[in-house]
Design a protein around this ligand. Structure first.
Ligand code: BES
Ligand code: ZN
Length: 879
């Protein structure tokens, strides 16, 4: 624990560093308990900083062993060293070197920040402020240094030693019992991109030749024996590198690019220069152990971390307030990559579903903050859906607003102008203003104003004048610290469709060539001329802005869009809108409209008949009923998750019953012979087949049971086997459920990543007994509170994906998660704080649950010695 309470850091108080560190030489001797770190910093006063001030280096739980200035040991009076900082009282006003020796304990490092061990492998995680847990440093992203890293270890302990950059020297010591390597990274970088790895790892690799003909050695390092499971990741890396050359003109810039998979990792993966470190669940995949969704995640995250090499590493962030500059932009880039590699419409639907489930929820709760926050107490708590997903949406809007050509020119200018700098959002936007000749100052509000804008649209047809008018009004609800809001610039892609679904060729001057209308005021109107009959408006095509749209179309108009709109996203959205409306009404009023449900089921049946086989991946998305969180979000207040769950099940049963014959036929038609392939087309077929199995089970559990068991037993891949197990666990139940769960546990006894699915599935069962089941699973020998993946699977899934049990009326779910958070906070605050964000909807619950949630939160807040991470989240959640 840090000894003092953290101070609030404010964007407006940014000051350049008083010192620079152009070079650092590290000499690290790895040992399980006593790793010795010698850092030689080349320091100099920063002309842009203050002169004549002490040098204050950051530390975190550090112990100083020795310190020397320009080679001479320093007297104790010259400095002050504590666990969280080192102060040199009177540093020279010229360049000088500081040699600092510290000692750290990788084995005892349970926070998994800084240098730690995962299954015996030494590894590091330095973003955002982990480097200061290795040595005293100016641990801020605007201090860029060239790193040379010598790593020494016992050969038996760590036969493989990896660092950033290129390998420049290797050698033997103690007759070969020990060895060392020297890595040199020529690109100046901030400390958060430093990494090293040491351990017994196996490698697969290939050579990538860049567009300009340079050879790059690619390596993926995994636990020995798992090499085969890394081939998909290596392939995804090669495709990412090629794509970034083709689409963004970005080439790789070192001779080596390594990826290492480790089992204990707080996050998904990390973009350290030339040495990405990954949570092994985002590297390892085989048909028998990974689902189609896993393959998709691996592809996206490999791409994401690779793309950071330019957006994040070559151009980094001036300070952590600019986090979206690298994360939002890089998410945008990985989304574009996945859209090019797979189905763009299906990807877009997935992005929007995730955005609504995670970011809209965040934006509507106590943790709401702008894409670029203006203050933080603990930066780890700002790696959020808002910074990432909304940050990506802002880039997407920018592209929609200025058009693809100006966007491409702006990116080129950004790469050219900001290369090797620590940049800001302003620097970024200036490139696009220049490239497009547009004033982007109003657009910039997206970065500083929190909250999800509501966009209300009404249409009015004038048969006399043959005109159609669309009225737009926007408003953004208040968020913590921002009581009043200004209008934002909303690019709205739209079009008109006639009663048969054909595009209406009406004239409207204010639409650009791509059908985009830009709403820049609180309200505005559009008029279409030469409209022969009342049209159906298709608004916010492709989800062109992250807003909540209210547009009161009749169910029959929505059905026209579902069947015919040229925009696939709005086709999908039309079905979702009908279902959401029905579910919200049923939840709030208590009356379930059978006719509306029947009409929707009929439309889905017709849709499936017409195109289920042609685009099964899209069809699977159309069939999916909106999630419970989304419905809760629409209801907004006095939420009762049990009611939502019941009405949603009822609609699903209704759809299942109506579609059963067709779904059974589709299951046959979509059966794919031959060996498993993770490609998007095959995955789409499996997705629809498994959605069909789910519906058949909901409609008639008894009849579906043999199907479920047969698929479970016969599956030759994890996607189908786990889909069957999920239906057994969540729908058909009974003795079969326990039998299949036990069979799965035994079959994958030695596969922790597969057992994570097993933990997660059981944590998501929406039944009374789930909490008791979880308590029992905590005792399973495969479970460990020390492993973030296990914790997220069992406890995270319960808190974030089992709304009826987490929000149980008696408060038991809240108490359970609160206990887990306080326990975990002692060892891994970062993961504990993430779990705690499950409480962010507590105020929207009905009064009984609200009180129970408050009690659980107050219970956490009152505990002595909370970490800054958990203290910050609990404080803001209760505010
Ligand atoms: N830079 C982050 C990793 C990170 C996050 C480090 C938070 C420290 C604190 C990395 O690029 C990242 O964004 N990873 C994501 C996955 C990505 C595909 C969105 C993650 O780890 O969840
Ligand atoms: Zn990232």
């Amino acid at each position: 624990m840090r000894t003092d309470t953290p101070q609030t850091v404010r964007l407006e108080e940014y000051r350049p560093s008083d010192f620079l560190i152009p070079r650092i030489a590290l000499d690290i001797v790895l040992a399980p308990r006593e790793t010795r770190v010698r850092a030689t910093l080349s320091l100099e006063p920063n002309p842009a900083g203050r002169a004549g001030v002490p040098l204050v280096l950051d530390g975190d739980e550090l112990a100083l062993v020795s310190i020397a200035l320009d080679g001479a040991p320093l007297p104790e009076s010259a400095y002050e060293a504590g666990p969280d900082r080192l102060i040199l009282r009177e540093p020279p006003a010229r360049p000088f070197t500081l040699a600092i020796e510290t000692q750290v304990d990788p084995t005892g490092n349970t926070k998994l920040m800084g240098l730690y061990r995962s299954q015996g492998v030494y590894c590091t995680q330095c973003e955002a402020e982990g480097f200061r847990r290795i040595t005293y440093f100016l641990d801020r992203p605007d201090v860029l240094s060239v790193y040379e890293t010598r790593i020494e270890a016992a050969r038996a302990d760590a036969p493989v030693l990896l660092g950033n950059g290129n390998l420049v020297e290797t050698g033997e010591l103690a007759g070969g019992e020990r060895h060392y390597v020297v890595w040199h990274d020529p690109h100046p970088k901030p400390s958060y991109l430093f990494a090293l790895v040491g351990g017994a790892l196996a490698r697969i690799g290939s050579t990538f030749t860049t567009a300009s003909g340079r050879a790059v050695a690619l390596g993926v390092y995994v636990e020995p024996g798992k090499e085969e499971r890394a081939t998909y990741a290596l392939d995804a890396l090669e495709r990412s590198m090629r794509w970034d050359e083709r689409v963004f003109g970005r080439e790789y810039d070192l001779d080596v690019f390594n990826i290492v998979a480790v089992s204990d990792f707080n996050m998904g993966a990390m973009e350290n220069k030339g040495l990405n470190i990954f949570n092994d669940k985002y590297v390892l995949a085989s048909p028998e152990t990974a689902t189609d969704a896993d393959y998709g995640h691996i592809e996206a995250i490999i791409a994401h971390e690779y793309f950071h090499n330019w957006t994040g590493n070559r151009i980094t962030c001036r300070d952590w307030f600019q986090l979206c500059l690298k994360e939002g932009l890089t998410v945008f880039r990985d989304q574009e990559f996945s859209s090019d590699e797979r189905s763009r419409p299906v990807q877009r639907i997935g992005q929007v579903r995730a955005l609504r489930a995670r970011q809209f929820t965040e934006d509507a709760g106590p943790l709401a903050h702008p894409v670029r926050p203006s203050a933080y107490r603990e930066i780890n708590n700002f790696y959020t859906a808002t910074v990432y997903e909304k940050g990506a949406e802002v880039i997407r809007m920018l592209k929609t607003l200025i058009g693809p050509d100006a966007f491409a020119r702006g990116m080129d200018l950004f790469f050219e102008r900001c290369d090797n700098t620590a940049a800001t959002v302003e620097d970024f936007l200036a490139c696009f203003a220049e490239a497009s000749g547009r004033d982007l100052s109003a657009f910039a509000l997206w970065y500083s104003q929190a909250g999800t804008p509501r966009l209300a649209v009404t249409g009015l047809y004038d048969s006399q004048a043959q005109t159609y008018r669309l009225d737009f009004a926007q408003s953004t609800p208040a968020t913590p610290g921002q009581p009043t809001k200004a209008p934002v610039v909303v690019p709205i892609r739209l079009g008109l469709v006639d009663a048969d679904g054909a595009p209406v060729a009406a004239r409207c001057e204010r639409l650009d060539a791509h059908g985009v209308f830009v709403l820049a005021e609180a309200s505005d109107s559009l008029v279409f001329e030469n409209v022969p009959a009342p049209p159906v408006p298709s608004v916010l095509r492709g989800f062109s802005a992250p807003v909540r749209l209210s547009l009161d179309l009749s169910d029959s108009d929505l059905l026209v869009l579902l069947r015919h709109d040229e925009d696939p996203f709005n086709r999908w959205q039309a079905g979702q809108t009908i279902a959401t409306r029905l579910l919200v009404r049923a939840s709030v009023s208590g009356t379930f409209c059978e006719e509306a449900a029947e009409a929707l089921a009929g439309a889905l049946d017709a849709f499936l008949a017409a195109e289920g086989e042609a685009d099964p991946a899209f069809a699977a998305q159309v069939l999916a009923v909106p999630g419970e969180t989304e419905i809760a979000q629409e209801i907004g207040e006095n939420v009762d998750p049990d009611v939502i769950h019941r009405v949603r099940d009822r609609l699903r049963a209704r759809i299942g019953a109506r579609l059963a014959p067709r779904l059974a036929a589709l299951r046959e038609a979509l059966e794919t012979p031959g060996p498993y392939s993770p490609d998007a087309r095959s995955a789409g077929r499996r997705a629809l087949r498994n959605a069909a199995l789910d519906y058949l089970a909901v409609a008639d559990p008894e009849a579906a049971r043999p199907l479920v068991v047969a698929q479970y037993e016969a599956a030759d891949n994890m996607t189908d086997r786990f889909a069957a197990l999920s239906v057994a666990a969540l729908v058909t139940g009974g003795d079969e459920r326990e039998r299949l769960l036990a069979s799965f546990r035994q079959r994958y006894a030695g596969e922790p990543l597969v057992l994570d699915k097993w933990f997660a599935l059981q944590a998501s069962i929406p039944e009374d007994g789930t909490l008791a089941r979880i308590e029992a699973l905590r005792g399973d020998e495969a479970f460990s509170m020390a492993n973030p993946n296990r914790v997220r699977s069992l406890i995270g899934t319960f808190a974030l994906a089992n709304p009826t049990r987490f929000h149980a009326a008696d408060g038991a779910g809240y108490r359970f998660v609160a206990d887990a958070v306080t326990t975990l906070d002692r060892t891994n605050p970062q993961v504990a704080a993430r779990l705690l964000t499950a409480f962010n909807t507590w105020r929207s619950m009905e009064p009984g649950r609200r009180n129970a949630a408050r009690e659980a939160l107050v219970g956490i807040a009152e505990r002595p010695s909370l970490s800054p991470d958990v203290g910050d989240i609990v404080g803001r959640t209760l505010e």
